[in-house]
Design a protein around this ligand. Structure first.
Ligand code: NAD
Length: 469
């Protein structure tokens, strides 16, 4: 139990929570763990096998190696009367662990009725930490106002379902292109079904077509070098641990003053430590030289996780240039300089072909926040950079993404007064704060070799926080 959990379970903490009429939040299923109950699949207007993309989800499930059962539908003739003779939607015999709705054929407003039919019976039958996953066609591949309106309507359904689900269950929507293959979608479906996506809910993101095909693996980073900045503590330390668990040789970077903690993390993970201020103009070169020297001259970096970040919170009226510049420098400018250097193919120890670049944004970067104009600028800047870099590097097979965590239980957030912290925790659909591992697992999914079709995306890890929704 960490410090935060101890505070929550302390007599005072429990007293405050009870007095406020709050229940214990649901315990979330985490890690590489599939749902216990059956995974059901509901296809809307299945179409013929000859059509591009037909049966995409069913074929993806074969790759993910999870059997599927047919989903029940709420149609009047299937409704069963309860004791009082009122018609109830059909109920599943065994609580399903997940429903995957293949909505790739949905084009008309009338088609949304089928979505309602598939989702209604599941809403009260899902097991705890269950999953609602919808897969639909990216609006860029559909013609006409109605199909565009319907794609957006699915987003509205997804967000509302996420808010109605209970017991730690999540809802997410994935848009695919008409040329997306099962091998492109498999890593996303696997991530969403497993406990790795515990704190990701109410989100919509896009899966396209990868330049290179890789199979799913439990140790996707075997023989691969991954660089993590700010790895001495907090979220960065957990990121390093998850990548090492999944096979990576991790280069852990942090400031010289965190040297002892940094060395301890790197040693435990059999990785290497580099004491470096990432704002140094030489940072990119220092990283490449370290990788080539310690891990072999021919080594290329598979992924870089730009996690190092700082806060200098003040109302804008009180923010002078000394509070402004370092935040923009550490959280945004340094990352861009390091990327530019490491992407240069002539550099030994630089980023390889097909590399993965991920940044840490924040829900503050999405929604803004009082007292955090400098931080919001830096974290929103990451989102802008991700979009343009992803396009520039698409042909090379390099992916560029970001995550935007909400309230995560760390030393940083532990310094917030208890009552305020409890409010932050509770204002999301999962009614609790996330854990550093939730951020780490999402980053590992984005950096997975099998996630080459996921680029230019910003995933919120916030339990569907009300802010910025
Ligand atoms: P933290 O302060 O606990 O850890 C940040 C680490 O980065 C520290 O070890 C620090 O020494 C290192 N660092 C700072 N400046 C550096 C520099 N110039 N060079 C090298 N290393 C440097 O923070 P955290 O809570 O673990 O957050 C990690 C990241 O996640 C940050 O980018 C933060 O903005 C982001 N984030 C956190 C939350 C949250 O709730 N904790 C929410 C949204 C986003």
């Amino acid at each position: 139990m960490n410090v935060v959990e101890k505070a929550y379970h302390s007599p005072v903490g429990r007293f405050v929570v009870r007095k406020a009429g709050l229940k214990d939040p649901p315990k979330l299923r985490r890690g590489r763990v599939l749902p216990a109950g059956p995974v059901v699949l509901g296809e809307v207007r299945p179409g013929t096998e000859e059509e591009p993309g037909a049966g995409l989800v069913r074929r993806t499930m074969a790759l993910v190696d999870v059997p599927v059962a047919e989903a029940l539908r709420d149609v009047p003739e299937l409704r069963v009367p309860d004791d009082k003779g009122r018609a109830q939607p059909p109920r599943y015999d065994t609580a399903p662990g997940a429903i995957i709705v293949d909505a790739t054929r949905v084009r008309a407003i009338g088609d949304l009725e089928e979505i309602r039919q598939l989702l209604r019976p599941i809403m009260r039958s899902l097991e705890p930490s269950g999953r609602v996953i919808m897969v639909a066609t990216d609006a860029r591949d559909v013609d006409g106002w109605e199909a565009h309106a319907v794609a957006q309507a699915l987003d509205g359904i997804n967000r509302s379902v996420g808010k109605e689900l209970r017991g730690g269950s999540t809802a997410n929507l994935i848009f695919v292109r008409v040329d997306t293959r099962p091998s492109d979608l498999a890593s996303t479906i696997s991530f969403l079904l497993e406990g790795r996506s515990a704190f990701v809910s109410g989100q919509t993101w896009r899966v396209g077509r990868a330049q290179f095909v890789h199979e799913l693996s439990d140790r996707p980073f075997d023989k691969r070098v991954v660089v993590v900045t700010g790895a001495a503590r907090g979220i960065g330390e957990q990121i390093a641990r998850v990548f090492a668990r999944d096979g990576a040789t991790v280069v852990c970077i942090d400031l010289p003053q965190s040297g002892a903690a940094l060395a301890a993390v790197a040693n435990q993970l059999s990785g290497s430590a580099l004491q470096l201020d990432i704002t140094s103009p030489e940072a990119g070169r220092r990283i490449a030289e370290h990788v080539a020297r310690v891990h072999g001259a021919a080594t290329r970096i598979w992924a870089i996780v730009h996690n190092a970040g700082i806060l200098r919170d003040k109302l804008l009226a009180n923010t002078d240039e000394r509070l402004w510049a370092p935040v923009l420098e550490v959280n945004l400018a340094a990352e861009m300089r390091v990327n530019d250097f490491l992407l240069n193919n002539d550099v030994h120890g630089g980023l390889g072909e097909e590399a993965r670049i991920v940044g840490l944004s924040s829900t503050t970067g999405v929604a803004g926040n009082r007292g955090q104009t400098n931080y919001a600028a830096s974290k929103a800047g990451i989102i802008g950079a991700v979009r343009v870099m992803a396009e520039d590097l698409r042909e090379r097979g390099v992916t560029v993404n970001a995550v935007a965590p909400g309230f995560i239980e760390t030393d940083m957030t532990n310094s917030i007064p208890f009552v305020q912290r409890e409010i932050f925790r509770r204002t999301n659909s999962l009614q609790q704060g996330g854990k550093p591992i939730d951020v780490a697992e999402t980053l590992a999914y984005l950096c997975d070799p099998a996630s080459g079709a996921v680029t230019g995306q910003v995933l919120r890890i916030c339990g569907q926080n009300v802010i910025g929704q």
